[in-house]
Ligand binder design. Structure first.
Ligand code: WTA
Length: 635
């Protein structure tokens, strides 16, 4: 019997040890007992990080959609697979059962085939958070087409770069999308992008906002009539274990995005296994991840991981602030959500609103709270724990990346004791290493280093689309025989990991390494502070000094900025040491953010370096307007 569901700490340690000592037999048992295969593998694992080459379950044949849909029909046909909650709470929600999902995915797959899409073709999916997004994704997987989902908030330039990079022959989109009180003309953006994408033969358009858009004769088709006349039955394409399932772009150190390529079998096994354990999902639980399917979190933990476990997964079209900041909590109450997974940036934005709107709703269904995407600062952690979880729902601070496919370092709720700001322990099968400046592994506890992974895990990305050399250089060249994450981490006295932030955010001040995340944590503890970001700037004596951008909760804060600066520096001195005090503190109206809510430190760094004429493309930011105001008020 495999250990598919871990229930206590001793079991975690025991299973973890087994997964490290005998990784092949461990993963073989998990794969064998919990998934549907058309043919079993010849070999569990083949790997060489120097090439780098990694293959899991080589020789096996499968289709991930048979695992996510077909195999549930006998026992869960009427169970809700996807709950769609629309942007506007007055509009009707949709409950899609596993049987309906089966039919709708087949119809969509048949439409794709009728338009000439074949196994191995790339299809770009640029669709808002409506059911068609999940269905299109699964339909591609069903026929073996490689999906490339592009977050439907990216600009036409960003979209065309991604379409061309992997030569998509089809784009799936919608006439438009709702985001809070706004509507966005998605089809217009696609049309503009396609002016520079000659390889796209067809565009399928879902109707969402009923706007009068233009359709290009012969190229563009309304989706619904095609679906209506397509068969609800269809066979899944038989895929090799290592056939690419999808491409997902992530930004890198250069301007060109990296198309991370994920496999079919390894990705399925690992996302399903992590989902079951990290969220302690039990039959009939309702699980909600607030991410967009356009990011890896949505791929792995809205679609594939939950559906592979026969779960009920919520897809929310809207934003946390519409029609008011109680929207998330209203949804939790409405569906009696048991597991809630969101990002620290959302938690901070909601915390800023106080607790009035939280108290309005019944959150007693919650059992597990998740956090992902960036280090969660201590203040946000406590706010989440006290006000949302009422101190009874463990917070799983899950560290992972687009490149890793699934959650890598995380507590298991009700199993691993949590500790604020710590992602705690490696998940089963994950072998982290902390590396020193000189390429040596830092053994033992209470050490700070570059976070690497020593051994392959099933869901790791296999390459960068069209550029294996860049894959090798970015992830396998910094340290011999290791996957380098680009993050720094601290391992405490009991072996818990705390992610200290991107290594490129480490600033060396007077020869001391200072992580920006702990300094920001200290600043954010100040009751007047909403959010902050630290970057380095050149300093004659120290080499680098620290520049802090600080957003106050109340922009009209009556205390003067000089006093606030002193208090903030005192807090930093108290929490970290005088060495970490900021040389400059600029109070800002907001911080530039990516569409996924990450603070764009690169831009802040350039401003601090006085490189204002070299900011690069800021058009993909969530809030490009704050950049000018930061420049105008620069110290
Ligand atoms: C950061 C998101 C601290 C980290 C799944 C990583 C985190 C990058 C955490 C990947 C966390 C993600 N604590 N930092 N719990 N989760 N990160 O590719 O720097 O969008 O390398 O994947 O986000 O971001 P990505």
């Amino acid at each position: 019997m495999s250990n598919y569901h871990i229930k206590h700490l001793e079991e975690y340690y025991q299973v973890y040890r087994k997964s490290i000592r005998e990784p092949e037999s461990f993963w073989e048992e998990i794969a064998e007992e919990h998934f549907l295969w058309r043919k079993k593998w010849d070999k569990v694992l083949d790997w060489d990080f120097s090439k780098p080459e990694v293959k899991w379950f080589e020789g096996a044949k499968l289709n991930i959609t048979e695992n996510c849909i077909d195999r549930h029909l006998a026992t869960r046909g009427d169970k809700t697979a996807i709950i769609f909650e629309p942007n506007n709470p007055d509009d009707e929600a949709e409950h899609i059962s596993y049987r309906q999902l089966y039919e709708r995915v087949n119809q969509f797959a048949n439409v794709l085939k009728s338009k000439g899409v074949k196994k191995g073709d790339r299809v770009c999916i640029y669709v808002p958070m409506i059911p068609e997004l999940a269905i299109a994704t699964l339909a591609c997987a069903r026929i073996g087409a490689i999906h490339s989902v592009v977050f439907a908030g990216f600009s036409s330039k960003a979209l065309s770069t991604r379409i061309n990079d992997c030569d998509c022959k089809m784009v799936i989109t919608a006439d438009g999308s709702y985001r809070g009180a706004k509507t966005i003309d998605l089809k217009g953006i696609v049309d503009e992008a396609l002016e520079s994408c000659s390889g796209v033969e067809n565009v399928l358009v879902a109707k969402r906002i009923n706007s009068g858009i233009s359709m290009k004769e012969g190229r563009d088709f309304w989706l619904q009539p095609l679906l209506d006349s397509a068969s609800k039955e269809g066979n899944a394409e038989v895929m090799d274990a290592e056939d690419p399932l999808f491409i997902l772009y992530t930004s890198g150190s250069t301007g060109k995005p990296k198309g991370m390529v994920h496999s079919s079998a390894g990705y399925m096994v690992y996302t399903a296994y992590t989902f079951k354990n990290v969220f302690q999902y039990k039959e009939n639980d309702v699980y909600w991840c607030t991410a967009d399917v356009g990011w890896i979190t949505g791929h792995s933990y809205i679609i594939y991981g939950p559906l592979a476990n026969g779960a009920t997964t919520v897809m929310f079209e809207g934003v946390p602030s519409y029609p008011d900041f109680g929207r998330f909590w209203e949804i939790v109450e409405k569906y009696k959500v048991n597991q809630f997974y969101t990002a620290p940036t959302a938690i901070r934005a909601l915390a800023k609103q106080g607790t009035k709107l939280v108290e309005k709703y019944d959150l007693s269904s919650l059992k597990v709270l998740g956090s992902v995407g960036e280090p969660i600062n201590e203040e946000a952690w406590h706010w989440y724990n006290d006000n949302i979880g009422k101190k009874k729902s463990p917070i799983v601070d899950t560290w992972w990346q687009t490149e890793t496919g699934g959650i890598m370092i995380t507590p298991i709720p009700y199993v691993t004791p949590t500790k604020p700001t710590y992602a705690t322990l490696p998940f089963i099968g994950i072998q982290p290493a902390l590396m020193g400046e000189n390429g040596n592994e830092l053994k033992g506890n209470q050490v700070d280093g570059r976070l690497c992974i020593k051994f392959p895990w099933p869901s790791m990305a296999r390459t960068i689309w069209g550029n294996h050399q860049r894959y090798k250089e970015t992830y396998f060249s910094a340290f011999d025989n290791m996957y380098f994450t680009g993050d720094g981490a601290f391992r405490d006295e009991v072996g818990y990991y705390r992610i200290t932030g991107r290594v490129d955010d480490v600033i060396i001040v007077s020869g001391h390494n200072l992580g920006t995340a702990p300094i920001e944590d200290a600043i954010n503890e100040h009751p007047a502070v909403a959010e902050s970001a630290i970057v380095g700037f050149p300093h004659d004596i120290k080499g680098s000094a620290l520049y802090g951008y600080v957003t106050l909760k109340d922009a009209g804060e009556s205390r003067n900025h000089e006093n606030l600066s002193k208090e903030i520096n005192q807090l930093i001195a108290d929490r970290i040491g005088p060495i970490a005090k900021l040389d400059k503190i600029q109070f800002t109206e907001g911080l530039p953010k990516t569409r996924s809510g990450k603070i764009m430190r690169r831009i802040l760094r350039k401003i601090a370096h006085n490189e204002m004429d070299n900011l690069g493309d800021i058009s993909t930011l969530l809030n490009p307007e704050v950049v000018q105001s930061i420049i105008d008020n620069k110290l």
